[in-house]
Design a protein around this ligand. Structure first.
Ligand code: FNR
Length: 183
């Protein structure tokens, strides 16, 4: 049975490597997964004062997550953590208290960087902050994509074969893990 995955991109940048990686995942994913890329443009700041009458953009984001079978975060690292836009999206999706839209969803974490460390600190922060509000988090294989700055051509197509294999192996393992959980 096919499973839908909300692929949440942690960067708003037009030429974002995270977005390009999310799109590359969609190309190499097994047919049992339906990937929907979710960008965070237009998602307003979480404000607890608005919880009783949530803005339409929060409602829409929450619905997108709720209707997905699984969630995959693809994020860069900003200052040794996740970008504020991604933390905001997690905060929006996590509320109301006890009714997180992510609850029960098998969750994958993919960090990346043009630098040498592959965004590992951002991934570790995600692993620390998500457990109370999602479903199980895939622990292995781990994936920290370094040196992504020269992995795409000017059309945004992935040109590094080794990276394509890493993405294929990860998303294949992610699909098999979701199948086992959702059985
Ligand atoms: C960065 N960058 C960065 N890279 C890294 O490996 N570790 C870090 O802590 C940071 N910190 C950081 C802070 C801020 C504010 C910016 C703007 C950038 C570099 C970052 O990895 C690079 O800009 C990526 O290209 C951003 O991801 P996208 O937009 O390409 O997905």
């Amino acid at each position: 049975m096919a499973h839908s995955v909300a692929v949440i991109v942690g960067s708003l940048r037009k030429e974002s490597f995270s977005l390009k990686i999310a799109k590359a995942f969609a190309k190499v994913a097994p047919s049992s997964l339906k990937l929907e890329i979710v960008t965070l443009h237009g998602l307003s700041f979480f404000n607890q004062d608005l919880e009783a009458t949530p803005p339409a953009d929060w409602v829409s984001f929450r619905e997108t997550i709720q209707k997905s079978d699984a969630v995959l975060f693809v994020s860069p690292e900003y200052n040794r953590s996740v970008p504020g836009v991604l933390k905001n999206a997690i905060d929006v999706g996590s509320r109301p208290y006890g009714k997180s839209s992510f609850l029960g969803k098998p969750t994958g974490i993919v960090a990346n960087s043009p630098g040498p460390l592959g965004g590992i600190a951002a991934a570790m922060h995600l692993k620390a902050l998500l457990p109370g509000i999602t479903g199980p988090i895939l622990q292995q294989p781990e994936i920290y994509l370094n040196g992504v700055g020269d992995a795409f051509d000017d059309k945004g197509e992935l040109t590094k074969e080794a990276l394509e294999k890493v993405l294929r192996d990860y998303i294949t393992a992610f699909a098999a893990w979701i199948d086992r959980i959702k059985k």
